[in-house]
Design a protein around this ligand. Structure first.
Ligand SMILES: Cc1cc2nc3c(=O)[nH]c(=O)nc-3n(C[C@H](O)[C@H](O)[C@H](O)COP(=O)(O)OP(=O)(O)OC[C@H]3O[C@@H](n4cnc5c(N)ncnc54)[C@H](O)[C@@H]3O)c2cc1C
Length: 330
């Protein structure tokens, strides 16, 4: 989109003390390798023969785990997986790039305008959405693309569409980085047994969280401070040295979860003039470029430019087919 997005390929590093979870990592790694993604498996407390890559080799380490993430406790580990190509980028820079490009290509961008409902043509009993009602007045459209995030089920309901997308709080605790992790670019570390993750922002703070998956639905953005105890316990269990990290602040974001933790993308059955894309269940940033291509192709009634079985994302799948829940959600 013509700008820097802060993309860094520091790798994603998953670990587990459970043999059955390691079996899942191995199956995933096999599939990924068959598609050209160089995911490596680490086995047992010593990590086996895993080669962990150039960045990690430059760090002192007794075994591959330690080389990847200094101070990690490994004696209970069944294994883990690491892919050096995985990374992170700055979502606000990505969003800014898309918006600028859209405007460059002729889109009209209206900000500070609240959509209050979807509208249907008056005196017309066809099942068509014909526009939206907004705080700045009505807007008519050949196709409305509903992408309103965690609370979009409320808007969808104004057109009679039932989307099982619910908002769930997710909090992030921000720590200053202990010196051992302040050099190089450590991978994002996830302990799959607790959900706990540690992710160092570029040259900066260490973000931790992931242990609050089971909070009740809601849109409160107040930090649940007792939740810090759970994060700290999971952190110290996996990387005892993190006792030296100091808390700076905490914040809350709202995730949009669906019953099978997969996004809902496409035309809701029985209605025309509307496409939906939401319920990304904590994966939406990663999926966004592909979802944009899919929605654009659907809106223009063109084939999607890559191979994907859209039935798994269909808005109507919960009524019509057996759903396959995503397991890598934490
Ligand atoms: C703490 C946290 C960490 C995450 N980490 C990751 C990660 O590591 N990787 C990853 O891939 N994903 C991650 N996610 C998930 C990711 O952020 C979401 O999946 C993604 O942002 C969803 O994009 P969206 O466009 O569907 O919704 P949003 O980003 O929520 O955008 C919806 C937009 O619609 C607007 N809107 C809503 N209602 C209205 C209305 N009535 N009128 C007008 N505008 C409206 C909102 O203001 C907002 O701008 C994380 C989420 C959280 C909360």
């Amino acid at each position: 989109m013509g700008g820097d997005i802060g993309f860094r390929q520091h790798g994603y590093f998953f670990v587990t003390a459970r043999k059955e979870t390691l079996a899942g990592l191995k199956a995933a790694a096999e599939l990924q390798r068959s598609l050209g993604v160089p995911t490596r498996i680490l086995e047992g407390p010593s990590g086996g023969e895993a080669v962990v890559g150039e960045a990690a080799r430059t760090r002192a380490g007794a075994n591959p785990y330690e080389a990847l993430f200094p101070g990690i406790r490994t004696e209970d580990l069944a294994g883990g997986s690491f892919c050096p190509l995985d990374g992170s980028a700055d979502p606000s820079l990505v969003l800014d790039g898309y918006l600028r490009q859209a405007v460059r290509l002729g889109a009209k961008l209206i900000t500070g305008c609240h959509v209050t409902s979807l509208t249907r043509p008056e005196n017309d009993d066809s099942d068509k959405v014909s526009g939206v009602q907004t705080s700045a007045g009505p807007i008519s459209a050949g196709t409305v693309i509903l992408t309103a995030g965690p609370t979009m089920a409320t808007l969808a309901a104004t057109a009679g569409v039932d989307l099982p997308i619910r908002p769930y709080r997710r909090q992030v605790f921000v720590f200053w980085t202990p010196p051992e992790l302040a050099t190089g670019d450590p991978p994002l570390l996830v302990d799959l047994d607790t959900g706990w993750y540690a992710h160092r922002e570029k040259g900066g703070a260490l973000l931790m969280g992931g242990t609050d998956r089971d909070t009740a639905p809601g849109t409160s953005q107040a930090v649940d401070w007792p939740g810090l105890d759970t994060v700290a316990a999971a952190a110290l269990k996996r990387v005892p040295r993190l006792a030296e990290a100091g808390l700076v602040r905490a914040y809350v974001g709202i995730r949009a979860l669906t019953p099978d933790f997969h996004a809902i993308v496409g035309r809701p059955g029985g209605l025309s003039g509307i496409l939906v894309a939401g319920g990304f269940s904590g994966h939406g940033f990663m999926h966004s470029p592909a979802i944009g291509e899919i929605i654009a192709a659907m809106a223009l009634e063109r084939p999607v430019p890559f191979e994907i079985d859209l039935a798994h994302l269909s808005p109507d799948r919960f009524d019509t087919q057996q759903v396959h829940a995503e397991r890598a959600i934490f």
